[in-house]
Design a protein around this ligand. Structure first.
Ligand code: TXA
Ligand code: MG
Length: 339
């Protein structure tokens, strides 16, 4: 089982940095907290270390991995071209939950780009990630630290349960501050294209770069391979519903033919109080707080073995865009996923 180190004191923080750097330099994998979700990190310039990531996650080889950097200079070193849009996005949102896709520099291994001509670069604002990258003097390739197709981890316990027996070290930084994965923008095209919405939403991006192309989900022409994969999904089948009152909800639940004791309702505004047999979670009706809490709720549903997760529908406003995206994708899945 992985060793777990906390970073809650100055001393622990620095010891954990040294331990993580030593392992990463040997080509081993280490799980690190970021502000979005926990990442499964490898030396981003060591192709065989990066290929271990695919093995541990059971991730298909055609899905590229984000390269994490600490600072503008490092970011520019791994992009073959640094354009005006990238400059504006980086200056506005880095360090933070934004990944910028750009033409790759030759030294970025194929394992990171999945053989493609672009690389996704992110400067995380998490102090631990920054300290490790600076100390090691190398970028870190890191996808979310979950098994492929499962829910991203937002605390060290989630990581331990999924992949704790496959890696030597987990750094426990407590619950992630943002709670859903970074916004991914492809700045190698004009105008830049939003590949994955996140808590930095489309309107914020547009305020900075003007026009933004968006992917139309139904077209099936998504450029980000990760968008095609079955992602972000809890095990249970998931429905997004609206209800006027408890009776209205109960009638809809009835139609699914699932015992109420196998149903988990996750609400934020209309809290059902007359369905005592169902499990109930309430997440605050505030996008930041909601994003921070969401995945832990889904992990809990996986653990309790809920068969049906009912999500109360979300507002259509832009601050909820990234969260709506995760709910919608999770709701499109069959109850039992393949790999
Ligand atoms: O918040 C995050 O982004 C977290 C933390 C650990 O940084 N990482 C993360 O990585 O969510 P991952 O691999 O689970 O998701 C990255 C997404 C995938 O959908 C992948 O296809 C896409 O970004 N991506 C990465 N590099 C890309 C590239 N060069 N072109 C297009 N899409 C890319
Ligand atoms: Mg992921």
């Amino acid at each position: 089982m992985a060793e777990v180190l906390t970073i809650d004191t100055y001393e622990n923080f620095h010891q954990a940095v040294e331990r993580a750097v030593a392992l990463l330099k040997k080509g081993e994998l280490v799980v690190l907290p970021t502000e979005t979700v926990y990442g499964l990190a490898a030396d981003g310039l060591n192709a065989s270390a990066v290929s271990r990531i695919f093995e541990v996650k059971g991730r298909p080889g055609h899905n590229p991995i984000i390269l994490h950097v600490a600072g503008y200079d490092m970011a520019r070193r791994f992009a073959a071209e640094w354009n005006d849009a990238a400059e504006k996005l980086a200056k506005s949102f880095w360090p933070g939950p934004l990944t910028i896709v750009l033409p790759r520099a030759a030294q970025v291994p194929d394992a990171v780009t999945a053989g493609g001509e672009t690389v996704g670069i992110r400067w995380s604002n998490h102090p631990f990630v920054q300290a490790v990258i600076q100390r090691a003097g190398m970028p870190l390739a890191a996808p979310s630290a979950n098994l492929s197709n499962q829910v991203s981890p937002t605390n060290a316990g989630h990581v331990r349960k999924q992949i704790g027996d496959k890696i030597p070290l987990i750094i426990d930084g407590g619950p992630c501050q943002v709670g859903i994965e970074s916004t991914v923008v492809d700045a190698s095209v004009t105008p830049p294209r939003l590949l994955r919405p996140g808590m930095i939403h489309q309107e914020s991006l547009m305020a900075v770069v003007g026009e933004i192309q968006t992917t139309v989900k139904n077209e099936g022409k998504l450029k980000s391979p990760g968008q095609l994969a079955k992602h972000y999904s809890p095990r249970a089948s998931l429905k997004i519903l609206e209800w006027r009152d408890d009776e209205h909800l109960a009638r809809q639940l009835n139609e699914f033919g699932v015992e109420l004791s196998d149903v988990h309702v996750i609400s934020h505004s209309r809290i059902p109080l007359k369905l005592p047999d169902a499990q109930l979670s309430v997440i605050p009706h505030d996008p930041e707080a909601y994003a921070r809490a969401l995945y832990a709720e889904w992990h809990r549903c996986d653990e309790t073995g809920a068969r049906l997760i009912v999500m109360e529908s979300l507002p259509e406003t832009s601050e909820w865009q990234g969260i709506r995206d995760r709910l919608e994708r999770a709701s499109h899945h069959a109850p039992k996923r393949c790999v």
